[in-house]
Design a protein around this ligand. Structure first.
Ligand code: ADP
Ligand code: ZN
Length: 687
């Protein structure tokens, strides 16, 4: 059977003959087949996962050439060098070529000798290139880094938007989208914007079973540095520490140097310094790299045993890409994030400056009008509108970029009458900002560790086939993450804390708010002691309430911000949770309420259930996972374990009784009351 299949296996022969690999990696064959057969496709695999092969092999086997749209000249060059090595004719058209070279490549394309032609998106949309493609039709257009077309992705590029238009003009033409980073939402956006027709979807390679994933929350910066010092252990390989800021990187590098050969690697190194650093790391002269941005480093070092994050990335994608540098050799490696509450501020600040509000956009526009022309860089603008006198250069330039994109600045001059365009700009910025905030919060949800971290990541990328709990390769599954997870709090203290924050919004800091909640007699509380939730958490230790507030901030329900004295504010998500429209899973911060390190996560919620209630609980869980699949919602969003356990204990038979259960708000009641009461009733009738 197998022998026969092999004999007639053209694709495998092609793989061996042209690429020298002796078998396909998981998922590759199916994609290659679909692409060869002319189907549109969406290929999602991590970097290094073998995406390129999925279109390169069909390209070699096709009559007509394959056009590949790729955003970076460096990426194109790498691929072309590798293809030429293999004897596959490939070339790239980009702005760094002289005219003769360009003509040679165009001739090769028209003459049919090129198998693959790589182009940048801005080249693809040029009239001469479009004419060339219309004249000699390619077999297909491949869009590499296809997530760049989505406004919801982390790497949106406006020049990607017109690819769909070019493809439409060539219709019908086969389209293949490739990306390493696309969530289900971004994927469907990409498919829609490119106009893919019933694409063959393949998501593969995100599961990394040899990695141990963990997160640890520490009190403050000092504790963090100490913890990282303890954790760093490159073994016989390497450790990468993502420091988050330059200042922290410098401190860590100095402290770690005492125990391991360590280097500092950051964005401002010169090209030579960078190469030298990479060499010393690769040869093992240096074992620990402390970095603010490890671009280009460690990618081909297979023996990274640890990736430690001391600062927070902007998304789960970014995190997993960085963490994924560990264990490329397939041997055990560990990825841990050590974080404190204050860490949230830096990414939030980034998101804020990258997405200016309407007032800022308006003031930059006014300043540029006053200036008379666009002086090229924000730092050269002299007559700044009072509203933006102190606007950082980076933010000012980001706004100029937006205004140019929207045509409010044209030919170096700001248009005076641009109200509608400014409104469009503001609406777009607001949308992008919400998407960026949601991506970051999704990462914070990963940190909170409500479910197996492997499961969480793989689901995030939409690789359903690999979505299983790891059992023992993450701190959530082993229970070692108890410092973050612990048994869940009832909705009541959570709502009380949120309500106090809402009353005092922006007026008190975190410690004072904690004092209000425990009903402290300290004099400085003055007016704050008259709010209804004053003393609502009497009996709690002040430090535990402060920790609760930090966890609420991690969950995105509270916001702690402001200079020089940060104050606590409630967020829109916090308001929803306070009203019971959203369930927050917050682990009880009180010591002694943590489960034993060996018990499963749900153990604490269910340990006091009698056998009857246990049966109801299990049935409710099964119901919840069905709903979760059907509606594509994380289970905890439907009801957390603590709520299911409470329903199982009380066995309500009417909507009113169900409403009494903590964690069941009006919205949940409307959505699920019928089904939940049905599940409870079905078991009540059973013998
Ligand atoms: P991606 O485009 O997903 O980043 P590539 O296609 O460049 O990944 O592949 C990464 C590496 O894996 C390359 O060195 C490539 O030669 C190798 N590779 C791809 N497919 C296979 C295979 N079936 N067997 C062995 N190696 C492979
Ligand atoms: Zn796990």
């Amino acid at each position: 059977m197998r022998g026969m299949a092999l004999a007639a296996d053209q694709l495998l022969d092609g793989l061996r003959l042209h690429f020298g690999h002796d078998h396909f990696r998981a998922g590759q064959r199916e994609v290659v087949e679909a692409v060869r057969d002319g189907r549109d496709a969406m290929v999602v695999m991590p970097t290094g996962g073998g995406k390129s092969l999925c279109y390169q092999l069909p390209a070699v086997l096709s009559e007509a050439p394959t056009v590949v749209v790729s955003p970076l000249i460096a990426l194109m060059k790498d691929q072309i060098d590798a293809l030429l090595q293999l004897g596959v004719e490939a070339a790239a058209l980009h702005s760094n070529l002289d005219a003769a070279e360009q003509r040679r490549i165009e001739r090769a394309y028209r003459g049919g000798t090129l198998r693959l032609l790589y182009v940048a998106p801005e080249r693809l949309v040029r009239a001469d290139l479009r004419a060339m493609l219309a004249e000699r039709r390619p077999a297909r257009i491949v869009v590499d880094e296809a997530h760049c077309i989505s406004e919801w992705g982390h790497d949106f590029r406006p020049d990607y938007l017109r690819i769909g238009e070019v493809a439409a003009a060539l219709a019908p033409i086969q389209l293949v989208a490739c990306t390493a980073t696309a969530t289900a939402e971004v994927r469907s956006d990409v498919a829609q914007r490119l106009g893919l027709r019933e694409p063959f979807e393949a998501v593969h390679g995100f599961a990394r079973p040899n990695l141990h994933l963990a997160a640890e929350r520490v009190r403050d910066e000092k504790a963090k540095l100490e913890r990282i010092e303890q954790l760093v252990d490159p073994g016989d390989g390497h450790t990468i520490v993502y420091a988050g800021t330059r200042a922290r990187a410098a401190i860590l590098a100095t402290r770690l140097q005492a125990r391991h050969p360590t280097m500092l690697y950051h964005a401002e190194l010169s090209a030579e310094e960078r190469t030298l650093a990479q060499e010393r790391f690769a040869t093992g002269a240096v074992r620990v790299a402390v970095t603010t941005s490890a671009f280009g480093m460690g990618v081909d070092i297979a023996t990274v045993r640890q990736v430690i994050h001391a600062g927070l990335p902007l998304s789960l994608e970014e995190y997993y890409q960085q963490a994924g540098r560990a264990g490329r050799d397939g041997l055990p490696a560990s990825c841990v994030v050590v974080h404190a509450s204050a860490d949230r501020r830096l990414p939030e600040f980034f998101i804020e400056t990258a997405h200016p509000d309407a007032a800022t956009v308006g003031a930059v526009h006014r300043s540029l009008l006053e200036e008379g022309y666009d002086p090229g860089a924000w730092r050269r603008v002299i007559s700044r509108d009072p509203l933006v006198r102190a606007l950082p250069d980076r933010a000012g330039d980001a706004v100029r970029e937006l205004l140019r994109d929207a045509g409010v600045i044209q030919g170096g001059v700001a248009l005076p009458e641009a109200a509608q365009r400014l409104r469009d700009v503001n609406a777009r910025v607001a949308r992008h900002r919400r998407a960026a905030e949601a991506r970051f919060q999704r990462f914070m949800d990963y940190l909170a560790g409500r479910q197996c971290r492997h499961l969480d990541v793989v689901r995030y990328f939409g690789e359903e086939a690999a979505a299983v709990e790891c059992g023992d390769r993450c701190d959530v599954c082993t229970g070692a993450g108890a410092a973050v997870t612990g048994p869940l709090l009832d909705a009541t203290p959570v709502r009380q804390a949120l309500s106090a924050a809402a009353r005092l919004r922006g007026r008190v800091g975190l410690v004072k708010l904690a004092r209000v909640l425990v009903g402290s007699q300290s004099r400085d509380l003055a007016g704050a002691s008259s709010i209804p939730t004053f003393g609502a958490l009497r009996g709690w230790r002040e430090a535990d309430v402060a920790e609760l507030l930090r966890r609420l901030a991690d969950a995105g329900a509270l916001r702690v911000a402001g200079v020089p004295y940060p104050t606590v504010d409630i967020t829109p998500q916090g308001v929803e949770a306070m009203r019971g429209d959203r369930v927050l899973e917050i682990a009880d911060p009180r010591p002694g309420r943590r489960p034993a390190a060996t018990s499963g996560r749900s153990g604490a919620d269910t340990e006091e259930l009698d056998p009857g209630a246990q049966a109801v609980f299990e049935r409710l869980r099964r119901w919840r996972s069905e709903v979760s699949r059907e509606r594509d919602l994380p289970a905890y969003i439907i009801f957390p374990n603590s709520t299911l356990a409470e329903i199982a204990r009380r066995r309500p038979s009417t909507p009113d009784e169900l409403r009494e259960v903590p964690g069941v708000g009006e919205k949940k009641l409307a959505l699920y009351a019928g089904e939940v009461l049905g599940v409870v009733a079905s078991l009540a009738e059973a013998p």
